[in-house]
Each structure stands twice: as C-alpha cells, then as structure tokens.
Design a protein around this ligand. Sequence first.
Ligand code: B12
Length: 213
Amino acid sequence: MSSFNDLAESVITGNFGKVKEITQEMIDKGIGPLEIINDGLIAGMNVVGVRFKAEDMFVPEVMMSAKAMAGGMELVKPLIADTDMPSVGTVVLGTVKGDLHDIGKSLVAMILESGGFKVVNLGTDIAPEGFVKAIREHKPQIVGMSALLTTTMLNMKATIELLKEEGLRDQVKVIVGGAPVSQSFADEIGADGYGSDAMVAKDLCFKLVGKAS
Ligand code: B12
C-alpha cells in the first residue's frame, strides 16, 4: 500500500502516471479525498514551491509536477461536494487581448489551485470586456492578467481603465505578471500587485485575501 509520502514524492518528481495510480489506489481503499489532496498532492506541491524558490527546480520540472498534481486532482475532485472544498478565494485569470502565450499563466493557475484557490482560467486573448464579464459572473476577489509581449502589456492598463468605468475596480484586487511586466509597470498602471513567478503569485494572492500561505 502506497503512503502519502509516496504520493507527494511522485508529485515532486512529476510522475503523472504514478500520481494517478497512487491516487486511484487510495480512493479505492476509501481514503478521504481531502486527505489525499492535503497530505499527498498539496504536500508534494509545497516541496516543489520551496525548491523552485531556492532554484533547485526549474520551470519545466515545476510544470511536470503541476501536471502530475492536476492528474491526481482530476480523480478526487468529483468525490468532493463543492461546499466541502475549502476555497481560499476566487481568482479570475487571463492572458490579455492580442496575446496567445499561456504557459506561464497556466502554471500560475495550477499553483494557485494547489494552494486552495478556485481559479477561473479565461484563456488567452481576453479583451477588457471579457474580464468585466467574468468579474460580474464569478465575483472573484482577485483578477490576474498575464502578458508576454511589450505591445500587449498595454492592454492591462486598458482593462484596469474599463474596470474603473464599469464601477468594478474597488470590488477586486488586480495582479499582473509575465516576462516584460515589472513592479514599476504594475505601479504605473495602478495594479494592486505584481508577481515575477507562480510561487510569488501564490504568496501575493494569499496576502491580498488576508490569509497566510
Ligand atoms: C513559448 C513562446 C511562444 C509560444 C506560446 C505558446 C503558448 N501556448 O503559450 C508561441 C510560439 C505561440 C509564441 C508566439 C509568439 N511569440 Co513568443 N515566446 C515564447 C517563449 C519562448 C517562452 C514563453 C514561456 O512560456 N515562458 C515560460 C513561462 C513559464 O514563463 P512566463 O510566461 O514568463 O510566466 C511566468 C512569469 O512571467 C509569471 N507570470 C506569467 N503570467 C502571470 C500572470 C500573473 C497574474 C502573475 C502574478 C504572474 C505571471 O509566472 C509564470 C510562471 O513562473 C518567450 C521567450 C521568453 N523567454 O519568455 C517568447 C516571447 C515572449 N515571444 C515573443 C514573440 C515576439 C512572439 C511572436 C510575436 C512571434 C511571431 N513573430 O509570431 C508570437 C506572438 C503570438 C501572440 N499573439 O501572442 C517575444 C516577445 C518580445 C517582446 N518583448 O514583446 C519573446 C520574449 C521571444 C523573444 N525573445 O523575442 N511564443
């Protein structure tokens, strides 16, 4: 019988097949889904987070871990009633208009989910109106925008402007990220935060919803 440690270790090594196998084995043995998530999947991802910060692990490995974890989550999620799933908060996430880069944003989405956030991933090429629609529909605490092009990062500003016009700016915290984006750019356009990578994004989101990570 595999242990939570084995499951965590399989997340850390990014072994998608093994994570699915152990998760299914635990489900079949009647172990609770929240235990599997917290003591196995998230426990592994927490180690990944620490190693990534320390530069002992790099983006491709983190993505393998995140994908492996998502494989396990997929199996346990149907077993959890929505109300049982402790949600830290809701984050609407999208790559801005004109921009099709989605690897970094998806990594941020997976890491936030692993931290207990509900993430509404809008995808790429999202116009300011798309963010407005999603805020009205999902009522998130946080809106995250990603941009990888110096030309499209200007659409972050356009989105914030539209949020103001629509009277939504005070209802959400806005965070931004992506290779060309910086803290000073975030300040300039009036965002509430900037995250240089997915782990920083997670810490930032916890801070913005007033909870410890
Ligand atoms: C992969 C890639 C592509 C792929 C995208 C595939 C996909 N599904 O995403 C494809 C081939 C489609 C592509 C296309 C183009 N690309 Co491109 N692409 C890249 C490349 C090589 C890697 C990007 C990446 O995925 N990095 C890995 C991820 C993990 O890192 P990341 O995105 O930075 O995300 C991290 C952080 O930034 C942060 N983060 C990201 N988003 C968010 C959001 C929030 C809220 C927070 C808090 C944090 C956060 O956390 C992430 C995880 O740690 C970069 C080079 C580079 N070094 O960035 C060029 C690059 C971004 N591309 C570039 C260009 C020019 C293009 C094209 C215009 C090329 C062309 N002539 O067609 C097109 C544009 C298409 C479009 N309209 O978007 C340029 C941009 C130049 C510039 N300064 O504007 C770059 C920098 C390459 C270069 N050196 O010239 N590209």
